[in-house]
Design a protein around this ligand. Structure first.
Ligand code: HEC
Length: 161
C-alpha cells in the first residue's frame, strides 16, 4: 500500500469476458488529472475558474472564502487538504468519499459514483500537495449575513407565456 504508483487489476473483466485484465493506475499523477476532469478545482481552488483553469499549486484544493448562498444558507468549498489529512489513510478517505453528504452546490453524488481507482488517486494527489493551510469559513445558516463575499444562487427566472 505504501507506494505512490500501483495497479488495480479488474478481474471481473477477465472472468466474464475472457479479455485481458484492464489495468487501472492508482497514482498522485492520475489523481491530479481526476481533480481537473471531475471539476474539483472549479470550486475548491481559489482563482481557478476566473483564470481559465490556471492552477496555482499553492492554492490547489485548499478551499475558498467565496460563499454560495441559497435556501440552504451560505456554504464554502472545503479545504480538501485538511479533509484528506483528517481521514488519515487512503482506505478511510475512500469509505468517506463513497458516503458523505454535503449542501449545495457540492455535487457529492458525483463523488460517490467515481471509480475506486479515481478516489484512491485523488487521495494520493491531495496529500502530495504540501501544507494543509486553514479551513474554509464556517457554514452560515439561512437568514444570517456572511462576513465574506458570496454568490447568490437564485431560483431560475422562467420565460413568460
Ligand atoms: C460547484 C462547486 C463545487 C464543485 C464542482 C465541487 N465541490 Fe466539493 N464542495 C463545495 C461546497 C460549497 C462544499 C461545502 C458544502 C457544505 O458546506 O455542506 C463542498 C464540500 C466538499 C466536501 C466535504 C468536505 C467536508 O468538510 O467534509 C468534499 C469531500 C468535497 N467537497 C469534495 C469534492 C470533490 C472531490 C470534487 C470534485 C469531484 C468537488 N468537491 C467538486 C463545492 C463544490
Amino acid at each position: 500500500m505504501g507506494t505512490n504508483r500501483r495497479t488495480v487489476f479488474v478481474l471481473a473483466t477477465l472472468a466474464f469476458m475472457g479479455a485481458p485484465a484492464v489495468a487501472a493506475e492508482v497514482s498522485a499523477k492520475r489523481g491530479a488529472q481526476v481533480a481537473v476532469t471531475s471539476g474539483c478545482h472549479d470550486c475548491h481552488t481559489a482563482n481557478y475558474l476566473e483564470t481559465g483553469g490556471t492552477l496555482d499549486p499553492a492554492l490547489a484544493l485548499k478551499g475558498t472564502v467565496l460563499g454560495w448562498q441559497g435556501p440552504w444558507g451560505t456554504t464554502y468549498a472545503a479545504n480538501l487538504r485538511l479533509v484528506a489529512r483528517e481521514k488519515g489513510s487512503e482506505d478511510a478517505f475512500l469509505a468517506y468519499a463513497r458516503t458523505f453528504q454535503a449542501r449545495p452546490p457540492m455535487p457529492f453524488f458525483n463523488v460517490h459514483a467515481m471509480d475506486e481507482s479515481d478516489l484512491r488517486s485523488l487521495y494520493l494527489y491531495i496529500v502530495s500537495l504540501g501544507e494543509a493551510g486553514d479551513p474554509a469559513p464556517e457554514y452560515v445558516p439561512p437568514g444570517e449575513e456572511p462576513k465574506t463575499p458570496y454568490i447568490v444562487v437564485a431560483p431560475p427566472t422562467m420565460p413568460k407565456g
